[in-house]
Structures are given as C-alpha cells and as structure tokens.
Design a protein around this ligand. Structure first.
Ligand SMILES: Nc1ncnc2c1ncn2[C@@H]1O[C@H](COP(=O)(O)OP(=O)(O)O)[C@@H](O)[C@H]1O
Ligand SMILES: Nc1ccn([C@H]2C[C@H](O)[C@@H](COP(=O)(O)OP(=O)(O)O)O2)c(=O)n1
Ligand SMILES: [Mg+2]
Length: 192
C-alpha cells in the first residue's frame, strides 16, 4: 500500500478556481499540483508531434485523447520525487480520460477523493474572461464550448465518483480564503 502514489482529483467548471485552490493546497500540505491543462499547453508549446492536435482541442473546448494526457501526467508524477501526494487538476474530464486512467494507472495509485469545486456558470465565465493569462480559449466562443463539454462529459464523471462516495464538494462562488478554509478541513480530515 505505502508505495502507491496518493492522488486527489480536482474537478469543476472552467473558472471555478481549480488552479488557485491547488496552489494553496500544494503550499500548505506538500501535495504536488499537476494541471492536465497546463501540461497540455506545455506539450503544445514544445515541438511536440501532438502540438496541432492539442491546440485544436483547446480552442474547441474538446478533450484531448487520454493516451497523450495520461502519459504527460505519469511522466510528471515520476519526475516529481517524494511528496505527500498529487493534486490532479482537470482530469479525468470525460469517459475516455477515466477509461485510460483505470487501464494504466489504477494499480499504481491510491485515489483518496475527488474535490469538486462547484460554481455558477455566469461567475465562472466572467472569471475566465478576466483571467488575463493570454489563453487561446478564454473567449466567449471557446467558453461556450468548454461549458458544454463540462456539462455533458465532465459532470457525469463527478457523478460516477459521487456514487462511490468519493466526492467532497466545496462551493467556490465566494472569496478565495473562505473557499480555502473549507478545503483545508477536508484535507485534514483525510489525513494529509
Ligand atoms: N474565489 C475566487 N474569487 C474570485 N476570483 C477567483 C476566485 N478563485 C479564482 N479566481 C480567479 O478566477 C480566475 C480563474 O481561476 P483559476 O484558478 O484559473 O480556475 P480554473 O483552474 O478552475 O479554471 C483567475 O483569474 C483567478 O484569479
Ligand atoms: N484532461 C484534460 C484537461 C484539459 N484538456 C484541454 C481541454 C480544456 O478545455 C483545456 C483547458 O483545460 P484547463 O484545465 O487548463 O482549463 P480550466 O482550468 O478548467 O479553465 O485543456 C484536455 O483536453 N483534457
Ligand atoms: Mg485551471
């Protein structure tokens, strides 16, 4: 048991605060934050053979095939050395992600729970439009597609983990520090 990687998945709509809260959890609990979206953007910017495919999925708000994303996550986990565990942000985002993860990673990890950051769509959209990170997908058209993908493909994954009793939900339409106070309790209760 002890040499399995501890994993917490972090899911929620675009702009719900996954990256913001993961940075705080990483700092205070020593878990390593791995954002699937960030890893895909880095892969796209390197001279990857998948660069164009990744760019198209990001702009269209659709989900990159799991073989690419899961390999990036596994490589990042192997490269990170000893840590309290991993916060896997923005994954698994659809059934293909989940199937690929179960096939390749299920016997190497101990999934503790899924942190579900819930937030109203209008708040999420306005946060993304004001994010100012120069992202190709923080525009109204891409956001409409990303929200559609979230509702039709990602939310069912949250429901899957809910049925297993593995979802911890935190409402994020509040100040960052109020949200984090609730998250901190959840991680303490889980023994981190
Ligand atoms: N609780 C909050 N209140 C107000 N703004 C927030 C809050 N959490 C995050 N933000 C801002 O909203 C934007 C999206 O947050 P981010 O953490 O990147 O979300 P996600 O990774 O879920 O898309 C960022 O500009 C961030 O600074
Ligand atoms: N598991 C994943 C995660 C992200 N992606 C792609 C498609 C997503 O719309 C983009 C951006 O994801 P990211 O998690 O960075 O976006 P948000 O933080 O939710 O705003 O990356 C993916 O294809 N597969
Ligand atoms: Mg993010």
């Amino acid at each position: 048991m002890s040499n399995l990687y501890k994993v917490v998945f972090v899911l929620g709509p675009p702009g719900s605060g996954k990256g913001t809260q993961c940075a705080l959890i990483q700092k205070n609990f020593g878990l390593v934050h791995l954002s699937a979206g960030d890893l895909l953007r880095e892969e796209q910017e390197s001279k990857s053979q998948y660069g164009q495919l990744i760019a198209e999925h990001i702009r269209n708000g659709t989900i990159v095939p799991v073989a690419i994303t899961c390999a990036l996550l596994e490589n990042a986990m192997k490269a990170s050395g000893d840590c309290a565990g991993f916060l896997i942000d923005g994954f698994p985002r659809n059934q293909d992600n989940l199937d690929g993860w179960q096939k390749n990673m299920a016997d190497k990890v101990d999934v503790k729970f899924t942190l579900y950051l819930s937030c109203k769509v209008d708040v999420c959209v306005s946060r993304c439009l004001n994010r100012k990170q120069g992202r190709a997908d923080d525009n109204e058209e891409s956001l409409r597609k990303r929200i559609h993908t979230y509702n039709t493909q990602t939310y069912p994954i949250i429901e899957y983990y809910e049925k297993l009793g593995l979802v911890r939900e935190v409402a994020t339409c509040r100040d960052t520090d109020e949200v984090y106070t609730d998250i901190e309790k959840i991680f303490k209760e889980a023994g981190f």
